[in-house]
Design a protein around this ligand. Structure first.
Ligand code: ZN
Length: 341
């Protein structure tokens, strides 16, 4: 059994609705059963957006955009022919090109649709996402064939500037390195320890155990969607890919299952006035299959790009590594579930 533990932090504060009388306020610290990372879940605080943001100004296609069709093929570069013989990888309206910002051994940027400068959350379709994931995975396979030592891969995305994105045109990114990123190393290391102790896949156990819990959301084929017990950010949702531990193992069906679920997550976010998000799906490295590692598509929302927005990342997250959450994962799962039915 995976153990979910939380600690009552015994918070006390004056109650404004009762003349400032000091009261006990429910506040828990939750511990992630795999990584031991902690978060705090507040009560009665409202940090979620009440209204949808006005994205018109920020998403206007005025000025130069390297990902729009008019200039795309002219201003982006081809891959090295040793890795991608045709130079370019496209499928329908999706494309992947080398990222000119080298943040990894091989850094690439995928565009869901080069014919549309902006795609609202409600406008994403499963087909569009399958195409975008496909070009990323096709490139990942090409890199792995040419440079098998680059075993640490991931696909991630920022969407809108308040999530850290520098280009508004919706895109996703990939990394291929001989060294893991810290979060990837911690996750895989912890999954490996779990496997060595139990001879079982942590993620298979998690899915089996959470299937009947209040954090279960739904299933799209090979992907099980749930909220993590101790989230790292707002509205965090996980899609656990049951039969793949590395990006290069992803086949067409996995991509369809992921896309089907992600469209539902986007609809849920949109219905609750969220717009910006980050997601990441990190491969399990060279030992992924021998330790029962499973890809986990992790997505969370970020502050809306309002003119004077409050960042959701405070000293708690940046310096103390302990996210503050005002909505429990059980509530998120309950709200998201209807989009999976
Ligand atoms: Zn554009």
């Amino acid at each position: 059994m995976i153990e979910f533990s939380e600690i009552n932090l015994e918070a006390k504060a004056p109650d404004v609705t009762d003349g400032g009388r000091w009261k006990s306020i429910p506040l828990v610290q939750r511990i992630d059963p795999l990584t031991q990372k902690t978060c705090r879940i507040l009560t009665g605080v409202k940090l979620q957006p009440e209204n949808p943001p006005d994205l018109a100004e920020i998403t206007n296609a005025n000025g130069f955009c390297p990902f729009c069709d008019e200039v795309f093929e002219r201003v982006t570069f081809e891959f090295e022919r040793e890795i991608v013989p045709s130079g370019r990888i496209r499928r329908n309206k999706a494309a992947i090109v080398p990222n000119i910002m080298a943040y990894s051994g091989y850094s690439s940027v995928g565009i869901y649709d080069t014919s549309r400068h902006f795609i609202k959350l409600s406008e994403f379709t499963a087909d569009l996402l399958v195409d975008a994931f496909w070009v990323m995975v096709d490139h990942a396979k090409a890199v792995r064939r040419a440079r098998p030592e680059l075993t640490w891969s991931s696909i991630s995305a920022n969407y809108l500037p308040s999530s850290g994105s520098s280009v508004v045109h919706p895109h996703l990114q990939s990394s291929h390195d001989f060294q893991p990123m810290l979060g990837q190393k911690e996750l895989v290391g912890a999954a490996k320890r779990y496997f060595l102790e139990t001879s079982r896949s942590y993620f298979d156990d998690l899915v089996a155990q959470e299937k009947n819990s209040s954090r279960y959301i739904g299933r799209t084929g090979s992907v099980t969607w749930l909220t993590p017990f101790a989230p790292r950010g707002f509205q965090e949702i996980w899609g656990v890919v049951g039969t793949a531990g590395d990006l290069v193992e992803l086949g067409e069906e996995h991509l369809e299952d992921l896309a089907d679920g992600l469209v539902r997550v986007f609809r849920y976010y949109d219905a609750h006035n969220f717009s910006a998000f980050n997601y990441s799906m990190a491969g399990g490295g060279p030992d992924s299959s021998s330790i029962g590692f499973r890809l986990v598509f992790r997505i969370l929302v970020r502050s809306n790009p309002d003119r004077y927005y409050r960042s959701d990342v405070t000293y708690f997250e940046r310096l103390l590594d302990e996210p503050l959450l005002d909505i429990s994962p059980e509530q998120v799962a309950s709200d998201a579930r209807e989009f999976f039915s």
